[in-house]
Unconditional design. Sequence first.
Length: 42
Amino acid sequence: MTDRVYPTRSFSFVEALGPDLREVDFLRAIRDFTSRERRFGG
Protein backbone atom coordinates (compact mmCIF):
# COMPACT_ATOMS: atom_id res chain seq x y z
CA MET A 1 0.00 0.00 0.00
CA THR A 2 1.30 3.44 -0.82
CA ASP A 3 1.34 6.31 1.63
CA ARG A 4 -1.09 9.05 0.78
CA VAL A 5 -0.62 12.67 1.58
CA TYR A 6 -3.75 14.66 2.27
CA PRO A 7 -3.67 18.42 1.91
CA THR A 8 -4.40 20.22 5.13
CA ARG A 9 -5.96 23.62 5.35
CA SER A 10 -5.95 25.76 8.41
CA PHE A 11 -7.29 29.24 8.76
CA SER A 12 -6.66 31.84 11.38
CA PHE A 13 -8.83 34.92 11.64
CA VAL A 14 -7.88 38.19 13.28
CA GLU A 15 -10.02 41.23 13.93
CA ALA A 16 -7.53 43.69 12.43
CA LEU A 17 -7.36 43.84 8.67
CA GLY A 18 -4.87 45.16 6.14
CA PRO A 19 -2.78 48.09 7.29
CA ASP A 20 -4.30 47.92 10.78
CA LEU A 21 -2.71 44.51 11.39
CA ARG A 22 -0.01 44.93 14.00
CA GLU A 23 2.95 42.68 14.66
CA VAL A 24 1.36 41.53 17.91
CA ASP A 25 -1.77 40.42 16.02
CA PHE A 26 0.36 38.45 13.59
CA LEU A 27 2.32 36.79 16.40
CA ARG A 28 -0.90 35.87 18.21
CA ALA A 29 -2.22 34.22 15.04
CA ILE A 30 1.00 32.19 14.73
CA ARG A 31 0.84 31.18 18.40
CA ASP A 32 -2.77 30.10 17.97
CA PHE A 33 -1.90 28.05 14.88
CA THR A 34 1.08 26.30 16.49
CA SER A 35 -0.88 25.44 19.65
CA ARG A 36 -3.58 23.54 17.74
CA GLU A 37 -3.83 19.81 18.11
CA ARG A 38 -3.55 18.40 14.61
CA ARG A 39 -5.25 15.08 13.91
CA PHE A 40 -4.41 13.27 10.74
CA GLY A 41 -6.62 10.38 9.65
CA GLY A 42 -5.61 6.98 10.72
